[in-house]
Design a protein around this ligand. Structure first.
Ligand code: PEP
Length: 256
């Protein structure tokens, strides 16, 4: 079943105590989730265990724990890195891969992301795979080709089964991330439909119809309902607005 998902990407923000309190507040006030709905907290590595403890005290199994990155090796001499099994050991089920900040600031290429995807698929973890074009590509009307290339080079080598079971796509136009500029609902729907059509061509219509495609980029309490109402928008990956209960809760409510 195609899931409706709201995932919060805390990036490098909040103390551990603030993060745990935020999760507590959100869970206390959250509407009950239906079977096809999920909320994911993607916290800094140092916060994961404490948030996992908090989530364990809660019976809602549709609230998940996510990391923001993962190394592409199983173990070894990779100073400063974290492996998929280390994440799983503390209850992490989801990992954000290919966020534009990692692509731009840490020079992560499509080929490198492909190897992270393979590692996570082998570990049976859920991948929140980000794609999206920079402003100059949008201005030159090259966004479709740009996004198609990102998916082609990092994801489309997967089997239909692995793609279906482990991939969620997050379309995040770079010009909308953290800028306060949101893609219009028409721009979001157009790109999401394009991505779904690519998946249909690569795999099948039934695989494409089951994949969740989230929108990310200045999504907030005011615009979430309108964005999520689009046929091909299955929720959101949320940055700034995920850092406060009062801004994240209305976005979760917009799933309903
Ligand atoms: C993000 O970083 O994934 C994001 C969507 O950020 P923001 O919501 O702040 O634009």
């Amino acid at each position: 079943m195609r899931k409706k998902i709201v995932a919060g990407n805390w990036k490098m923000n909040l103390s551990i105590a603030e993060g745990v309190q935020l999760v507590k507040n959100i869970i206390n006030e959250m509407p009950s989730l239906q079977g096809h709905q999920e909320v994911v907290f993607c916290t800094p590595f140092t916060h994961l265990s404490s948030v996992a403890n908090e989530l364990n005290q809660n019976v809602n199994i549709q609230v998940k724990l996510g990391a923001q990155n993962c190394n592409d090796h199983a173990s070894g001499a990779y100073t400063g890195e974290i492996s998929s099994s280390m994440l799983q050991e503390i209850g992490v089920s989801h990992v954000i891969i290919g966020h534009s900040e990692r692509r731009q600031l840490f020079h992560e290429s499509n080929a490198f992301l492909k190897s992270k995807v393979d590692t996570l698929v082998a570990s049976k973890m859920q991948i929140l795979f980000c794609c999206g074009e920079p402003l100059e590509i949008r201005e030159a009307n090259g966004q479709n080709e740009y996004v198609a290339n990102q998916l082609q080079e990092s994801l489309f080598h997967l089997s239909a089964q692995d793609f279906l079971n482990q991939i969620t796509i997050a379309y995040e136009p770079i010009w909308a991330i953290g800028t306060g500029v949101t893609a219009s609902t028409a721009q979001a729907q157009e790109m999401h439909a394009f991505i779904r059509n690519l998946i249909s061509q690569q795999y099948s219509e039934s695989v494409a119809s089951e994949i969740s495609i989230l929108y990310g980029g200045s999504c907030n309490a005011q615009n979430a309902s309108e964005l999520f109402a689009n046929e091909d928008v299955d929720g959101g990956l949320i940055g700034g607005a995920a850092l406060k209960a009062e801004t994240f809760l209305p976005i979760i409510k917009a799933l309903h």
